[in-house]
Design a protein around this ligand. Structure first.
Ligand code: SF4
Ligand code: FE
Length: 484
């Protein structure tokens, strides 16, 4: 692996020169800019863990392509054990960062693409898999971070890609040349985009014949000509500019992953980096597999976050003298119960994983959708309980400037003190952490990341096998089964 440690990863980002805008200005160095550096540090943790003996087994894998030791985030799942190790790794990373560490999007995109292009080759005799393997070996050997780019802007949602008034609402091929393709459009909500090395572009939905130019998969370096990124805002991000380290809640890491709009203005992609081109019937498959892999993750990465939140409110209760209250213990118990229920779901869809025709393993898609759907409820309930236990002071706290003020600092300390022996600054810090982890941007990500709840309900109904369930009911009720 070329990039081994977190600091090598950060150094590698200085070698690429993507065009990034934030608040109307260019970001020259994502590793030092206050808006992006916290997200870089979270992604760096995926590298740092791999060189720690304790986590080496979870954070690395053996490439089935080269036999080399690689970072797990570049691996193709070869068995159920790989799927389980991924889940365990994500929970640890969630615990250590308290946020999204971003690298799973590319990881899931790589796995979904691998198994899908194998099946395209089987049907059409194309050679996409060979091209993809060549690219993937480079990603593995160099241990690069890949942003999986799926979500298009979609314009008028009542119309398909080819029916839009503005064709750029879905990324599409505008030219097929002898040496490659030229693409135009944009991808939204791109987690980790500004601190990745490469983009893996996939279709956003199932496509019909009319949408041939929208049904493609390709990769492109993050700083290729024609790519512009616009980095999104997060709740309270201006607190970082003011260097209010306590007030940001999590000084080292971001609220969520750090999302950007990626715009492609006539970007050229050589054929060697095109892994699907117009095989419309496979668009739905790659989306389905990507979504299932990513939904399986949420019961792990978000459980790591809930572990932090549970620890935070328990410590706060100790600082406030309420830890022994039976209602407090009961609510903390409920937080743990909900977190472990989600984790069970992530483990279950991995244990029930199956091989695809390519040999790459897939999670159980029904259980993965149930897992993510429960995140959209349980994470919110865990956050509600945390806010309930923390008390209103997390929303009304004076700033760190007042805490440090010569004029009023002693008053803040006096009136925000709690149990003797626990510094008032600790109580304020933990309150701010809870504020950051239960606030707007964090919870929106939990709701809509990996697909909005309705997307999971569609899959749950579709895969619910209702005809089989009707047969079960009829058998028990003594109703004859009609042959179709
Ligand atoms: Fe990974 Fe979770 Fe972030 Fe998705 S939300 S990229 S699964 S950490
Ligand atoms: Fe996410």
């Amino acid at each position: 692996m070329k990039i081994k440690t977190g600091s090598e990863y950060m150094e590698s980002l200085k070698q690429v020169k993507p065009l990034i805008y934030y608040m109307g200005k260019k970001i020259e160095d994502v590793t030092t800019h206050p808006a992006t550096a916290p997200h870089v540090r979270a992604a760096a943790m995926t590298y740092s863990l791999a060189v720690q003996e304790e986590y080496r087994d979870l954070a690395t894998a053996t490439s089935h392509l080269t036999g080399n030791t690689i970072g797990r985030f570049t691996h193709i799942h070869q068995n159920v054990e790989d799927l389980i190790k991924k889940v365990k790794l994500l929970r640890v990373l969630g615990q250590k960062t308290g946020t999204c560490f971003q690298r799973c999007v590319g990881f899931d995109g790589i796995n979904a693409t691998y198994s899908t292009v194998y099946e395209i080759d089987q049907k059409y005799g194309t050679n996409y898999l060979e091209r993809f393997k060549k690219w993937l070996i480079r990603i593995q050997d160099e241990n690069l971070m890949v942003v999986g780019a799926m979500t298009d802007p979609k314009g008028d949602r009542s119309k398909g890609p080819a029916e839009q008034e503005d064709p750029d609402q879905y990324v599409h091929i505008v030219d097929r040349r002898d040496d490659g393709i030229v693409i135009r459009g944009a991808k939204l909500h791109m987690t980790g985009a500004v601190n990745s090395h490469e983009i893996l572009i996939m279709p956003t939905t199932a496509m019909n014949e009319a949408s041939r130019d929208y049904a493609f998969i390709c990769s492109v370096p993050i700083d290729a000509p024609g790519i512009t990124m616009i980095f999104g805002r997060q709740a309270n991000d201006s607190r970082r500019d003011l260097k209010e380290t306590i007030d940001v809640g999590k000084p080292s890491f971001g609220i969520v992953g750090g999302e950007a709009v990626i715009v492609f203005e006539d970007v050229f992609i050589p054929w060697e980096n095109v892994f699907m081109d117009g095989e419309t019937e496979f668009s739905g498959l790659v989306v389905h597999r990507f979504a299932a892999h990513h939904r399986a993750n949420y019961g792990a990465c978000k459980t790591g976050l809930m572990d932090v939140l549970t620890g935070a409110v328990t410590y706060l209760a100790q600082a406030q003298g309420t830890a022994k209250g039976s209602h407090v213990r009961d609510k903390v118990t409920e937080m743990i119960h909900l977190s472990e229920t989600l984790y069970s779901s992530s483990i279950a869809c991995s244990v029930e994983g199956v091989p695809t025709p390519s040999g790459a393993y897939m999670v159980d898609t029904m259980l993965a959708n149930v897992c993510k759907h429960n995140v959209t409820r349980f994470h919110f309930e865990v956050a509600r309980l945390a806010v309930d236990l923390a008390g209103g002071f997390i929303a009304t706290l004076p700033s760190e400037h007042d805490l440090r003020s010569e004029d009023v600092g002693h008053l803040v300390k006096k009136y925000f003190s709690g149990v003797a022996g626990i510094p008032v600054e600790d109580r304020i810090k933990i309150g701010r952490l809870i504020e950051a982890m239960t606030g707007g941007t964090a919870m929106v990500e939990s709701m809509h990341g990996a697909g909005s709840p309705q997307a999971q309900r569609i899959m749950i109904f579709r895969e619910g096998n209702l005809n089989e369930k009707i047969k079960l009911a009829k058998a028990l009720a003594g109703i004859p089964q009609k042959e179709k």
